[in-house]
Design a binder for this molecule. Structure first.
Ligand code: THU
Length: 177
């Protein structure tokens, strides 16, 4: 028997040989350490947070998408009295970018949030649905999308691609030809 520290379980050698683990790499930086591209995209997102429509959650989220042609496209969360129709900032920005510039690769997306109720000092990470949509654009353009995340203040997380945010993701490659 071998004790597995990750699962807190005792396992036989054969059980252990069937186990896989995933290693996800990302960076945690402070605002001062950001390079100019990341800082500029995050600043765009922070300025746009005021355009969020979030009267129900009072949690304003904003996303800035950087395209290969240098254009920055903004999106904010758009809520609805029928709660399940609320649209996240990331999907709002991605759809807008894809509608205006369908052939442009997406280089990066910065995500931030603001709440009048309490300071948001931790990074805001895309929800599961937004991660799936990010993966779609990554596959569509065969180009990694850098994901930069921060609250209104506090540490910044950076993932080099959205695949790292959604390991073992379902993509078009899973569908029959
Ligand atoms: N929200 C986003 O816009 N992006 C995220 O990544 C997480 C959540 C929005 C949806 C809803 O309008 C509000 O935040 C509270 O969940």
């Amino acid at each position: 028997m071998i004790y597995n520290f990750h699962t807190n379980l005792k396992m036989s050698k054969s059980e252990l040989s069937r186990h896989r683990s995933l290693h996800i790499q990302y960076q945690e930086l402070s605002t001062e350490d950001l390079d100019s591209m990341d800082l500029s995209l995050l600043t765009h997102a922070k300025k746009a947070v005021r355009s969020a429509y979030a009267p129900y959650s009072m949690f304003a989220v904003s996303a800035a998408v950087l395209l290969e042609n240098g254009q920055t496209i903004l999106g904010t969360n758009q809520e609805n009295a029928s709660y399940s129709l609320c649209l996240c900032a990331e999907r709002s920005a991605l759809a807008s970018a894809a509608a205006q510039y369908p052939d442009q690769k997406i280089k990066a997306i910065a995500v931030t949030a603001y709440s009048s109720r309490r300071p948001i000092d931790h990074p805001i990470t895309p929800c599961g649905a937004c991660r799936q949509v990010l993966r779609e654009y990554e596959q569509r353009h065969k180009h990694p999308i850098r994901v930069i995340m921060q609250g209104a203040s506090g540490p910044v997380l950076i993932f080099e691609d959205s695949a790292s945010l959604l390991p073992l993701s379902f993509t078009r490659k899973d569908l029959p030809e």
